[in-house]
Design a protein around this ligand. Structure first.
Ligand code: NAD
Ligand code: MG
Length: 390
């Protein structure tokens, strides 16, 4: 029996994970469920999935979690805070960890899973952007199997299962849907609202990644993610806009051969790959009917209307703490945009301003990266406050 810890259980990836797990009660179960602050949603999941442990990161909700579990007559133990989460991730409570907390908040538990040598289904891309070298080294040293849970990287993983065997590999190409504003000019993006930005045409996802998809920062974060997962330099990672979101990414070899992975846009496929690899299990996602879709289109990304993609390439090339700063400034900007405090185009502006103000330094320890993350958040918050006054 595969015991799975689902971190970010109440989110979009969390709910897709639990859907796949529930299809295979004979081989896997959710043994740990963790969420940020949505205690009622976590309790509801505990009633359905009956895990051994439930963790709420926001300790103010601990009493509600403990009392709710007791009132429901469940054997599930209640825990609060990051220390408890790390202990469960590292210990015997699970063999597999699905890292699906959103943002840099997921770094600690993701790193704990890598260091403990667990099978790591890695959806929390921000932790790779922030500390990719440390994370991949920790996973390698501990013998952790890392399966990327991002449709693009999961596609490349399927085409290139040995992420470090690069013989004959020329480049990889990440596909991008283009988001809800594909085809708009910069001027046409000035007044777009949070509601429009989170209405993704092809994927149903949490609010933060949906805004990232609309700015193309998501693709930028994915370029950095691909660099760490597959050990490729920026020049060998391309981006191609593909509005149908059926080709999830491509791998090109020196002999002219290109491999791609295709499928309907539903994260349960990637999650089933991660849970069962190298075996295959059903995911609830139907097969692809190309005849029904009829055509596959491709176009170049518009870096003028969507500067975040270029900013992410620049941060990757600059190296050191630059990707951590990019990620931190972006998290602050997206949160402010979702709260209606800044306009859509202020997101790339704030990220660019932060990167320009804080020159990167070499990043060889977690401490340096954490400091860079903090300094970038601080700078971005101060710039926001000045923006509000002005
Ligand atoms: P979401 O907003 O739907 O869910 C986020 C989850 O994280 C929630 O369960 C929330 O309670 C939890 N959380 C937030 N802060 C926390 C904290 N401090 N401690 C513990 N838990 C906390 O987000 P999502 O769309 O499921 O995305 C999750 C991650 O997966 C992100 O990093 C995202 O980039 C990545 N991802 C998502 C998709 C997708 O299709 N949704 C695809 C690829 C990658
Ligand atoms: Mg993706």
């Amino acid at each position: 029996m595969q015991n799975v810890a689902v971190l970010g259980a109440t989110g979009s990836i969390g709910s897709s994970t639990l859907d796949v797990i529930a299809r295979h009660p004979e081989r896997m179960r959710a043994s740990v469920l963790a969420a940020g602050s949505q205690v009622d949603a976590l309790l509801a999941l505990c009633r359905t999935h009956r895990p051994d442990h439930a963790v709420i990161a926001d300790a103010r909700h601990f009493d509600a979690l403990r009392d709710g579990l007791r009132d429901a007559g469940l054997p599930t133990q209640a825990h609060a805070d990051e220390d408890a989460l790390d202990a469960l991730v590292e210990g015997d409570a699970c063999t597999t960890v699905v890292a699906a907390i959103v943002g840099a908040a997921g770094l600690r538990s993701t790193l704990a899973a890598a260091r403990a040598g667990k099978r790591l289904l890695l959806a929390n891309k921000e932790s790779l952007v922030l500390a990719g070298e440390l994370l991949t080294r920790a996973a390698r040293d501990a013998g952790a199997t890392v399966v990327p849970i991002d449709s693009e990287h999961n596609a490349i993983f399927q085409c290139l299962p040995d992420a470090h065997a690069h013989a004959g590999l020329k480049r990889i190409c990440l596909t991008a849907s283009g988001g809800p504003f594909r085809g708009r000019t910069r001027a046409q993006l000035a007044d777009v609202t949070p509601a429009q930005a989170v209405a993704h045409p092809k994927w149903s996802m949490g609010p933060k990644i949906s805004v990232d998809s609309a700015t193309l920062m998501n693709k930028g974060l994915e370029v950095i993610e691909a660099h760490h997962l597959f050990g490729l330099e920026a020049d060998r990672i391309d981006v191609l806009v593909h509005p149908q979101s059926l080709v999830h990414s491509l791998v090109e070899f020196v002999d002219g051969s290109t491999l791609a992975q295709l499928g309907n846009p539903d994260m349960r496929t990637a999650l089933a790959v991660g849970l069962a690899w190298p075996e295959r299990v059903s995911s609830g996602v139907g097969g692809l009917d190309l005849l029904q879709h009829g055509r596959l289109d491709f176009e170049a990304p518009d870096l003028d209307a969507f500067p975040c993609l270029g900013l992410a390439y620049a941060a990757l090339r600059a190296g050191g703490t630059a990707p951590a700063q990019l990620n931190a400034a972006n998290e602050v900007a997206v949160s402010a945009f979702l709260q209606g405090r800044i306009a859509f185009l202020a997101i790339p502006a704030l990220v660019e301003d932060t990167l320009a103000a804080l020159p990167p330094v070499p990043a060889d320890t977690l401490e340096v990266l954490r400091d860079a993350d903090r300094a970038a958040r601080h700078h971005a918050q101060a710039a926001l406050a000045a923006h509000a006054k002005g």
